[in-house]
Design a protein around this ligand. Structure first.
Ligand SMILES: [Zn+2]
Length: 376
């Protein structure tokens, strides 16, 4: 990751490069700023700059062997520490257990928060921490000789998640740092960090990103229309992690809507080839989205009933959905609503229990053709 891949933060980039030029790279630095401001990508880009064989005045070269290794997060001198959920069998855990997933996720997502990271591991709501086992691993890793002959760099993501024992061990390391070792602490919230650790680090404050910066990144990275990027950026309040989440949520809504319209059209015309195509398309979604799609269908049915029987009360609809429902809602009425809801609820139930999605959706669309006829 180069500095140019990191959105905004141009002052911080300059300051970091200046440290190198002036030969004053502090062995412990704290990048502190609000969630989604790009601290982690900055820390990685800085690590790459420090390990690069031919850095320019503004960036690493991204061509030398050291750069290539940092870019793929496989550099032996670059270490990550991050909160993990203790594993079930022995109640301890360390970043080592999740490093493969971590590398993949950082390369893919770049901007994310703890919630999103845990979501990617299917560990939502579980308590993630940097525990005492981690301190043992840190010592072990830093005992290794430097591979590049330059620095060994340890990036600690969310040091506020350290338990007291491991925080004290880190403090000792900061007091007597191993030779040529740099610690970059990347924190959203300094309130929960030991004051003694804070006082041992050089503080670098990272501001929130601007709406323009976020919009530009979303447009470029996720290939979305300017309007979608601009509304996600506006809602995110300078938090890139949040903006990405908003954008992806909106994207899946749009995808579900498109598919739902196709399903209903196929059911209405009862064209066998169309029916097969749409059921295959639904079965082609990943597991989580198959269920979300079924839930989405239930939501549209509910809104149809509201439109039919309580005119003018439509609340939770986007424009494209409203336009569609103005034509479609009349086919959803007391002739078929109960059965429609039952079929979709059952589909959800069976998907939760790992039913074969291909068979399930094929069956569902055939039932839909009959039920839609009842409503006509
Ligand atoms: Zn390089």
């Amino acid at each position: 990751m180069q500095f140019k891949d990191v959105v905004g933060n141009s002052e911080t980039k300059k300051a970091l490069i200046h440290e190198v030029k002036a030969g004053r790279v502090s062995h412990a630095q704290m990048l502190l700023g609000p969630e989604g401001s790009g601290k982690l990508p900055l820390a990685i880009a800085f690590a790459q700059y420090l390990l690069c064989d031919q850095p320019s005045k503004t960036d690493s070269c991204n061509k030398c062997p050291n750069c290539l290794k940092v870019s793929s997060l496989t550099h032996p001198d670059l270490h990550f520490v991050f909160p993990v959920v203790a594993n079930k069998t022995n109640k301890v855990g360390s970043s080592k257990d999740r490093i493969k997933e971590w590398n993949e996720y950082v390369l893919k997502q770049k901007y994310f928060n703890l919630k999103q990271w845990q979501q990617s591991l299917d560990e939502m709501g579980k308590n993630a921490a940097i525990g005492v086992e981690e301190s043992r691993q840190i010592l072990k890793r830093l005992a290794l000789k430097s591979y590049s002959g330059k620095y060994k760099i340890m990036i600690i993501w969310l040091p506020e998640k350290m338990n007291p024992q491991s925080a004290n061990k880190l403090l000792k390391l900061l007091e007597e740092p191993p030779e040529s070792t740099l610690f970059f602490l990347v924190s959203d919230n300094a309130e929960y960090i030991l004051p003694t650790i804070l006082s041992r680090t050089q503080l670098i404050r990272i501001p929130s990103l601007s709406v323009d910066n976020i919009q530009e990144y979303l447009t470029k990275t996720y290939k979305v229309e300017a309007g979608a990027a601009s509304s996600a950026a506006g809602l995110s309040q300078g938090n890139m992690a949040e903006a990405i989440e908003i954008l992806q949520g909106a994207k899946s809504q749009h995808l579900f809507f498109d598919l739902f319209v196709k399903v209903m059209r196929a059911a209405y015309t009862a064209n066998p080839i169309e029916l097969m195509n749409v059921s295959d398309e639904a079965a082609g979604l990943d597991k989580e989205n198959q269920k979300n799609f079924v839930k989405y269908g239930l939501h549209i049915f509910r809104e149809s009933i509201i439109l039919n029987y309580m005119k003018g009360e439509l609340g939770n609809l986007r424009d494209e959905e409203r336009d569609f429902l103005n034509k479609f809602a009349r086919f959803i009425n007391n002739q078929n609503i109960t059965e429609l809801m039952t079929e979709f609820n059952e589909a959800h139930y069976h998907l939760e229990r790992n039913a074969n999605a291909k068979i399930l959706f094929a069956d569902l669309v055939i039932k839909l053709t009959k039920l839609i006829k009842k409503g006509v």
